[in-house]
Design a protein around this ligand. Structure first.
Ligand code: NI
Length: 271
């Protein structure tokens, strides 16, 4: 599997679960824009064999390199991002942002629930080359999903969807007909898509060197062990990077902003 094969597979899996993504993509294309992705984001549980390192392996094998670690104490998450050195020559190579839930920091019942899911994994599952889009490898019922949701939106999302891209992110700095995230947001909201308002429409500032906004995840039908229920799937993100004093674009992430963006899949938003 080449780099292009991997990225195509991730995009196919993501758009199948995220009806809005192809429509927003078409919205930009209709203006003559060619979309370049800033990063793709994946989620997992910090459990042996399926944590950040396991999810990163297929990317490392294809040239991506680890760059920086982050910690989100309130959400019990760790994250790391990976950069492909070929990005300078080929800007279509996105960064990869992988986070993992620190299961030990949850309550004992929630941790036991997650361990029950992980116990269903077939031997060698975490070594699959297609792990980043392997999907949900366990059976889970909706009541279990709801119980996890009470404690951690992130835990519930991974339980429902398993291993796949959580969001793609448009590099807004490469859009020619839209100047800044406010213009991007107006276009997307004007077409009827709901934006994540947690912490304001635009997270981060030029001083942070990174501004981000995102849609709200689509609710889609998901098959649980006890029936089909509508739950939030994936969202689409927009990132505008600013230059460092060196003149180079900032490539990292801003934890305070990422913390707000995690709410884009929050099923509890209407409560
Ligand atoms: Ni992101």
């Amino acid at each position: 599997m080449t780099v292009t094969d991997l990225l195509d597979a991730l995009w196919r899996d993501y758009t199948a679960l995220t009806p809005q993504a192809a429509r927003i993509h078409a919205l930009f294309a209709a203006r003559g824009e060619t979309i370049v992705n800033d990063h793709v984001a994946l989620r997992t549980y910090a459990r042996p064999g399926i944590g950040i390192d396991a999810l990163a392996r297929p990317f490392l094998a294809r040239g991506w390199e680890p760059r920086e670690d982050y910690r989100f104490p309130d959400k019990h998450l760790r994250a790391r991002y990976y950069l492909h050195p070929g990005q300078h020559a080929d800007p279509t190579l996105p960064k990869v942002f992988i986070s993992e839930l620190i299961v030990e920091e949850l309550t004992a019942p929630a941790a036991a629930t997650i361990d029950g899911l992980v116990a269903q994994l077939p031997a060698g599952f975490g070594e699959r080359d297609d792990l980043p889009y392997a999907g949900r490898p366990w059976t889970v019922d909706h009541a279990t999903y709801r119980r996890l949701l009470d404690e951690s939106e992130y835990a519930a999302w991974v339980a429902a969807f398993g291993f796949r891209v959580n969001h793609f992110t448009v590099d807004a700095g490469r859009l020619r007909t839209l100047d800044g995230l406010r213009a991007v947001n107006e276009l997307v909201a004007g077409a009827g898509f709901e934006l994540n308002r947690e912490g304001g429409l635009i997270k981060g500032s030029p001083a942070d060197r990174l501004e981000q906004s995102s849609t709200r995840a689509d609710d889609i039908d998901v098959t649980f062990a006890d029936g089909t229920f509508r739950v939030p799937s994936c969202y689409y993100e927009f990132a505008l990077r600013h230059a460092l004093p060196t003149g180079e674009l900032f490539q990292g992430f801003v934890p305070a902003s990422a913390d707000k963006l995690f709410h884009s899949t929050d099923a509890r938003r209407d409560q």
